[in-house]
Design a protein around this ligand. Structure first.
Ligand code: PLP
Length: 410
């Protein structure tokens, strides 16, 4: 929630929802149609697939479950290894804690905070099965070299696209470059489906079919037809009687892989997602304007390094990150405390995951990803960015950063 004590709170007050979203919810509620697993979901999936170029787009309740489902589909076994980004939100890699795979964390490119192809290549062994990466802050990772390295070693790639809706990598959308694209429509993301929501994009038809089943409480299992009913003395229902779980009378389960769970997006949420997807261009364009204004206001300040733009790569501008140059001799924590006291609320994104207690418990340690650690503990600053921000707030941030640099460099 926005913190009113700040001139520029880190998170915006309210949402980007307007009359079109409110109309969409009203239309669905007044339609008399069912509110789950209906036409809005199907239309949102088709429109999302068309927008991203994905073969299949499957709505879910959030990105965390999309990452869990991708992990399920990978079927990781003892002895398998996975390479994973460390500068990411914890949900990106949490599902791996429930697998027997050994995780090797990958260091970052110091400009983008995405995994670096060289660091990825250096961690591959003949046991590596998968790569988990994030498009940090909405800037696509360098997918051409990454996918070339991955395909040479038959490594599956899970893309965490929570920040990357509206981004573009040489004409293609993130989430269609690897094998699994995991998307978030939580409140503060580039679009939102009433506060929570997610999508899994996949190219493989079998993967799509499995997810369609398990997201709606159907098991992923093998069944065998019975000739005799399993309940002696009880008659099966007549053919014209609709009874829940009718197959209980004529099928046995021979192999159970996943019991199924419920993670379906509601119809009002999907209807709002459709409206937000149509507004995505404008929402991301406003984020880009803010990022451009910040870059030109901060790019020439001695002691600051802004993130470079790369030809053919457009960010979704979900986060705005810059770095304090180590040579400027400014203490980063003092710097952000000063910005905070002057009215800019700062939240840093993201603590290197390998140093979280649950991963240290598995033997991960300081020194494992030295670039990510140096940047996180000493150099990185995130400024607020969201479409609801006005130009006056952007200029206030630029002036305040200038003033703080001058003060602390003395
Ligand atoms: C990089 C990243 N991955 C995954 C998630 C989880 O998304 P959700 O809240 O939709 O589960 C987030 C949410 O903040 C995120 O930033």
């Amino acid at each position: 929630m926005a913190d009113n004590r700040y001139t520029v709170p880190y998170l915006p007050a309210g949402s980007t929802f307007g009359p079109a979203e409110i109309d969409a919810v009203t239309r669905v509620l007044q339609s008399g149609d069912k509110l789950s697993c209906g036409p809005e979901r199907d239309a949102f999936e088709a429109e999302f697939a068309a927008y991203t170029g994905a073969r299949h787009a499957l709505t879910l309740t959030n990105c965390t479950i999309a990452l869990e489902f991708a992990t399920y589909l990978l079927n990781l076994q003892p002895g398998d290894e996975v390479i994973a980004a460390t500068q990411t939100y914890q949900a990106n890699v949490t599902p791996l804690l429930g697998t027997p795979a050994r995780v090797r964390f990958c260091d970052v490119d110091p400009e983008t905070l995405n995994i670096s192809p060289d660091s990825f290549a250096s961690l591959i062994t003949d046991r590596t099965r998968a790569l988990y990466l994030v498009h940090h802050g909405g800037t696509p990772a360098d997918m051409d070299p990454i996918m070339k390295i991955a395909s040479e070693s038959s490594i599956s790639v899970v893309e965490d696209c929570a920040h990357a809706l509206g981004a573009c990598y040489h004409g293609r959308s993130p989430g269609t470059l690897g094998h699994f694209g995991c998307w978030s429509f939580q409140s503060y993301k580039n679009i939102s489906t009433l506060g929570e929501g997610g999508m899994l994009t996949v190219a493989d038809d079998r993967h799509a079919e499995v997810i369609r089943r398990i997201r709606a409480i159907e098991p992923d299992a093998d069944f065998e037809r019975r000739t005799e009913p399993p309940f002696p003395g009880l008659l099966p229902p007549a053919d014209d009687v609709e009874r829940h779980a009718k197959n209980a009378y004529d099928e046995d389960c021979t192999v159970m892989r996943h019991p199924g769970t419920n993670s379906t997006l509601s119809e009002p949420a999907a209807a709002v997602g459709r409206v937000q997807l149509r507004r995505l261009g404008a929402l991301v364009a406003r984020r880009r304007e803010i990022a451009d204004r910040l870059d030109s206001g901060l790019g020439s300040v001695a002691g600051i390094r802004v993130q470079p733009r790369r030809p053919g790569i457009d960010s979704g501008h979900h986060l705005y990150t810059f770095f304090l140059d180590a040579t400027a001799g400014i203490d980063r924590d003092l710097f952000i405390a000063r910005l905070d006291s002057l009215g800019i609320q700062i939240q840093l994104r993201y603590f290197p995951v390998h140093l979280l207690p649950e991963w240290r418990h598995r033997g991960h340690h300081l020194g494992e990803c030295p670039i990510a650690e140096r940047i996180w503990f000493r150099e990185q600053v995130n400024l607020p960015i969201y479409p609801q921000m006005n130009d006056w707030q952007v200029d206030f941030m630029i002036e305040t950063v200038h003033k703080t640099i001058r003060e602390l460099s003395r």
